[in-house]
Design a protein around this ligand. Structure first.
Ligand code: GLN
Length: 450
């Protein structure tokens, strides 16, 4: 804990990865644990972890990167946070994020802009950019992010750490501030595949408090990694839609080299198709914004956070609290979300998107008839410059092309660092995607490639 606090002090002025640091509390806890001695039943005993500020932490401010929750102190822990605590982890900090997890660069945070540890003029990715930057810079040994449309995998790829988005339902969403409820999943990020496996072990499993969490046994992820020493017999599918037009050549080269290595280690490489990928951005942004507009209705100035005390009428209080509390991107999404759900437009937009979503899931199911794991880049580009595209939301949405289909299909995926881009010298992440509950397979494949 002391080492991490020192590291925070040294790096945080340049990184701005954190929204709060629980220095005193973490040190106190560490001292108490030291006094008692190691507890073998707790696999994360004494491990300092950071949490994306979307996760509710008992007694610790949870802002979700938004002014509207600036002073929100939850009175309970998210189930995933409880899981980490039970495993012995020490919560050392809350990490910066795009407001309500809406963004791909962490520039939409209401509080600060996080920098990429590899080059502080570049973004760390998003929306879990604070988490990715923090664990990469050694401010903690592991972290949790959330992935609604790539927000674990893309920042992991931009910062060069490992990030895993579990199967929808694998990890309880209880206590995670909702963005797109049918897409959101909490997942681990760390500096190695084994670290990520250990974190996932602590947070995976059924939770009666989340009706969408699934009651299937949780395998021993570390054992799966240890058991695999080569990739013989593994069929890796390369979707032609992920390896073609729009992909930066340096990203393609680094990912291609990793796939070649997999082939050398015995994997069979097979071409596959995900033909509905071309609809991914349109479909995702309709579904995500629709769900966001509904989820964010609860922030009305009455129950949580910021309230405009000067408004004369109740309706004005709602309006002005929300106008002051929410940033531009969140307001844009609430408006678009309510639009696609409104009478007269619902059939044309929301219903159509829901239908296309089903087809996209079918694409994956068909592809997994021919392969065990799919591989492709996590992002078409490496980290871009801070401010470079922040005023062009559509351009930023288009950058999500390789990550969002997986959320629409509810499947697991991870990003594994595979080197630096030849031109930018910034990290490149290879995505490994799998069928439902294939986290052990993904982790063990990544463990061999790491
Ligand atoms: N870029 C996506 C969005 O803005 C990522 C969201 C996420 O995964 N939280 O919606």
């Amino acid at each position: 804990v002391s080492a991490c606090l020192e590291r925070i002090e040294a790096t945080e002025p340049k990184l701005n990865a954190l929204l709060s640091v629980q220095a005193e509390q973490a040190l106190k806890q560490a001292k108490e644990m030291d006094a008692k001695g190691p507890d073998k039943s707790k696999p994360l005993w004494g491990v300092p972890v950071a949490l994306k500020d979307v996760l509710c932490t008992k007694g610790i401010t949870t802002t979700c990167g938004s002014k509207i929750l600036e002073n929100f102190v939850p009175f309970y822990d998210a189930t995933a946070v409880e899981g980490l605590r039970k495993a012995g982890a020490i919560i050392i900090s809350k990490a910066n994020m795009d407001e309500f997890a809406m963004g791909s660069s962490t520039e939409n945070s209401a509080f600060k802009t996080t920098a990429n540890p590899w080059d502080t003029s570049k973004v760390p990715g998003g929306s879990s950019g604070g988490s990715a930057a923090s664990v990469t810079a050694g401010q903690c040994f592991g972290t949790l992010g959330t992935d609604t449309g790539g927000s674990i995998r893309q920042p992991a790829s931009f910062c060069g750490c490992v990030g895993l988005k579990p199967t929808y339902g694998r990890v309880s969403r209880y206590g995670c501030v909702a963005y797109g409820s049918s897409l959101d999943q909490i997942g681990p990020m760390g500096r190695s595949v084994r670290d990520v496996a250990a974190l996932l072990q602590a947070i995976a499993g059924f939770d009666p408090k989340d009706s969408t969490s699934v009651d299937v046994p949780v395998p021993d992820y570390a054992a799966a990694i240890e058991a695999r020493t080569d990739l013989k017999g593994l069929r890796i599918g390369l979707p032609e839609e992920y390896w073609g037009e729009g992909l930066d050549s340096e990203v393609e080269a680094a990912c291609r080299a990793a796939v070649d290595k997999a082939a050398e280690l015995g994997a069979e490489i097979v071409p596959v198709q995900l033909p509905n990928t071309k609809y991914a951005v349109a479909t995702y942004y309709i579904v995500a914004m629709a769900e966001a507009s509904s989820n964010l209705a609860r922030f009305d100035g009455v129950r949580y956070g910021v309230r405009d005390m000067d408004a004369a009428e109740l309706i004005d209080m709602y309006t002005s609290s929300r106008s002051k509390g929410f940033g531009d991107e969140v307001q844009r999404r609430i408006m678009l979300g309510t639009y696609v759900l409104s009478a007269g437009y619902y059939d044309a937009y929301y219903r159509k998107a829901a239908q296309v979503r089903r087809l996209m899931r079918q694409d994956f199911l068909d592809a997994f008839e021919q392969c065990d794991v799919i591989a492709g880049p996590a992002s078409p580009v490496t980290a871009w410059g801070i401010g470079e595209i922040s005023d062009d939301p559509l351009k930023m949405y288009l950058m999500d092309i390789f990550t969002i289909s997986l959320n629409l299909a509810g499947l697991p995926g991870m990003s594994l660092p595979v080197g630096l881009g030849a031109d930018s010298s910034m990290p490149v992440g290879l995505q490994l995607l799998g069928p439902q509950f294939s986290e052990a397979e993904l982790l063990s494949t990544a463990g061999v490639l790491e």
